[in-house]
Design a protein around this ligand. Sequence first.
Ligand SMILES: Cc1ncc(COP(=O)(O)O)c(C=O)c1O
Length: 458
Amino acid sequence: MQAMTVLDTRPDDAYANDRAHVFHSWSIQGALTPPVVTRAEGSHFWTADGSKYLDFSSQLVNVNIGHQHPKLVAAIQEQAARLCTIAPSFANDARSEAARLICEAAAVNLDGCDLTKVFFTNGGAEATENAVRMARLHTGRFKVLNHYRSYHGATSGAITLTGDPRRWPSEPGMPGVVKFWGPYPYRSAFHATTESDECARALAHLDDVLMVEGAHTVAAIVVETVVGTNGILVPPDGYLAGLRERCDRHGIMLVCDEVMAGFGRCGEWFAYQKWGVQPDLVCFAKGVNSGYLPLGGVIISKPVADTFETRQYPGGLTYSGHPLACASAVASINIFKEEGIVEHARMLGSDVIGPGLEKLQANHPSVGDVRGLGVFWAIELVRNRETREPLVPYNAAGADATPMNDVAAACKARGLWPFVHFNRTHVVPPCTASVDEVEAGLAILDEALTVADAYVTA
Ligand SMILES: Cc1ncc(COP(=O)(O)O)c(C=O)c1O
């Protein structure tokens, strides 16, 4: 029997059918001209017009293992032949092993870690929703505190937690969410001039918020351990420990959203491990299996899990713990270990990207700040280094966004696919990128930044 062809369409059809029938995320539908991607491998992808791009965005900062890793593809094929799907109420080897490996990874560098159970979701937003639900039911409290500079997903609760402007059209959203300012040394909300001062003042600000909100009414403090899309904001040493201390003092759940920061991105299995702080709940998605299949989840500490030992957990998903997705997570975590991908990501940050970005900052007056760790870096562009006036305003659109659009176009014209947000371009290639690939990407950024330099006024 002849093998059945699953897809037999030409790039022209793909484009025409997209424009006719596909409704895209976050977009003015009529303004879209999406490139048709035909192939991807490692740190690169190709479009139908023959262009090859170095993926300096890892798509949506999720393809941590690189594109089309052969062992990961093979593991998915093997599982597909064995068992594609089974309802969440059954036990299944792929699901059980994924949960075990994720808990093991969550405990690295933490003495006495009690992150022992995993609730699987289809992605990051559902992880946020369920972490908040668990924290509320466990504490019997309602309020959730989180940072202004944040993204936590686009479902109704998660978008309410989100601090960036993508929240505005969905307001008023879920009740009980209160925002506070987190640390951002380059643009301190507290007029601090040193990292340690920024840390102390941010925590004092949180103390004020807890005082006026009533700490005893707060179920959870939800933070991106390292803020991703909203700036790659690495917390100063002591900040995460300060959050932990306040949560312990007031009986609040500390929820770390590691959807973007986790699974190697920060040169750790999970970013909180860098500071030796254990959260009560951890949200993950993206890098757990590099998006080869949709998967996310919440890692649950024992006291929270125990709440639901004798009481029903009122949440679920048809695809919770989907065997195909879980098998890909098992394979991905094992490949990470075999290939030393977490260590490689840490080395790329300390030996290649960090020093490379410092050189770019020295060469380009438009570079106001560079910051990050692992393969999670931002270049913040300004018109004026003295005043730190951003190259484009907060949430710039239309003509206001032209300078950043020009930088992005200069990257793409040179074969680099950038991740651009507001006045920043992020350096977020796959964790598996080679030193040569990263250096090639930085050389392209060096050329593209001359476009930003032309807007500098002082
Ligand atoms: C920190 C963080 N949390 C949550 C999400 C939402 O994940 P998803 O798009 O899989 O729902 C994202 C997505 O970018 C994210 O970066």
